[in-house]
Write a protein that binds this ligand. Structure first.
Ligand SMILES: NC(=O)c1ccc[n+]([C@@H]2O[C@H](COP(=O)([O-])OP(=O)(O)OC[C@H]3O[C@@H](n4cnc5c(N)ncnc54)[C@H](OP(=O)(O)O)[C@@H]3O)[C@@H](O)[C@H]2O)c1
Length: 342
């Protein structure tokens, strides 16, 4: 292990108002650091990719600590403990946390969680991790669906949206997903059990919503913003709940877009539109994770992972989210679990 190098990706520029570029990231190799008391040396196995990371690079996300140029790119992942100076973990343990884009992080044990036994480790980055929690709390606590509701989900074939739609089915909703392309639309209908799918790249969203939601939309779970949100606002039912989870269609724009033209429908329909940040529900994650695990075991929730390979591909893997190239939860395998302890 002493001869190993720690490959790292650093923040080189802030992608404000534009798509990500290769030059936003700087590659470097350093020697391994040694853990102090209370710390562990880790070998990164999988990295998770989330649209929010672009906001962290831009430093516009005020719900997390700011980033600095030259920092290791922030990102969550799963790692294996290879040297521990903490009673909390022993060599070989699998842990999750903000390991960053590097091979061998040294982190305080207090900043890490043990990956529970009996679950596929990668699931703790997706359906049983941040994205699953986002789907669960955004839909159930903010959207408050009741049986018989019509639920519309944008970003519906994505890591979050695909789970939202399936929890909506469990809650007894009629679920319509909006996604990009025929393959993703077929998957959410045929594999995940959504009632209908709208291909926003090829269909008129507003026209299809009128056809598919004659009684209006009771719950709109929005991951996208822009024209898709505006079209949905035009079709809400009385007392609708519009959940603002994300707005990926604007993450590459230089300024916040003008408000949606149809927002005044919130008044006519006595509806609410509410945003949320999943981190506010952290103390309830264990319960939600248990429920989602149960639903997976019962076959009521299915999930897909899109696993790219090699730390050298980390920047390109993040870019996939903004190109719609990911099909399922975007992950990157950095090392093999069994090879990690040497
Ligand atoms: N509020 C919170 O606490 C919280 C927490 C986590 C995530 N989020 C938000 O949840 C959303 C989904 O995140 P995720 O991690 O699950 O990612 P994801 O949905 O798995 O991947 C992103 C997807 O967004 C779609 N997309 C990209 N550019 C688009 C555009 N211009 N217009 C419409 N769709 C576009 C693409 O799907 P298509 O191929 O269908 O276009 C892409 O696959 C994001 O907006 C994220 O910021 C919020």
């Amino acid at each position: 292990m002493k001869n190993d190098v720690n490959r790292q990706w650093l923040i080189a520029d802030r992608p404000i108002g534009r798509p990500l570029k290769d030059s936003d990231f700087k590659y470097q190799e350093t020697s391994l650091a040694q853990p102090d008391e209370g710390e562990v040396l880790l070998r990164t196995l999988y990295l998770s990719f989330d649209p929010a990371q672009k906001g962290w690079l831009e430093n516009v996300a005020n719900y997390v600590d700011p980033t600095e140029i030259g920092d290791v790119v922030r990102g969550s992942g799963i790692a294996q403990v290879i040297d521990s100076k903490s009673p909390k973990f022993k060599e070989g343990d699998l842990v999750s946390g903000l390991v960053g884009w590097q091979d061998f992080p040294v982190m305080p044990a207090s900043a890490l969680n043990k990956v529970p036994d009996g679950v596929p480790p990668t699931a703790t980055l997706g359906v049983l991790g941040g994205t699953g929690m986002t789907a669960y709390f955004g839909l159930l606590h903010v959207g408050k669906p009741v049986a018989g509701d019509t639920l519309v989900v944008s970003g519906a074939a994505g890591a979050t949206g695909s789970v939202v739609g399936q929890i909506g089915k469990i809650a007894g909703c009629r679920v319509i997903g909006i996604a990009g392309g025929a393959e993703k639309c077929t998957w959410i209908k045929d594999e995940l059990g959504f009632d209908e799918a709208i291909d926003y790249k090829n269909d008129s969203v507003r026209k299809r919503l009128k056809e598919l939601c004659p009684g209006g939309i009771n719950v709109m779970y929005d991951n996208v913003g822009g024209t898709v949100l505006n079209d949905c606002l035009g079709e809400i039912a009385m007392k609708a709940r519009v959940v603002i989870c994300g707005g990926i269609s604007r993450y590459e724009l230089g300024q916040l877009p003008a408000g949606p033209q149809n927002y005044f429908n919130l008044v006519f329909k006595r509806a609410t539109m509410e945003g949320f940040i999943v981190l506010d529900y952290t103390n309830q994650f264990p319960d939600a994770s248990r429920r989602i695990s149960q639903w997976i075991a019962e076959g009521k929730i299915k999930y897909k992972e899109d696993i790219q390979e090699g730390l050298e591909n980390a920047p390109k893997t993040l870019m996939r989210l903004f190109e719609g190239a990911n099909f399922g939860k975007q992950l990157l395998q950095v090392a093999d679990i069994t090879a990690a302890v040497t």
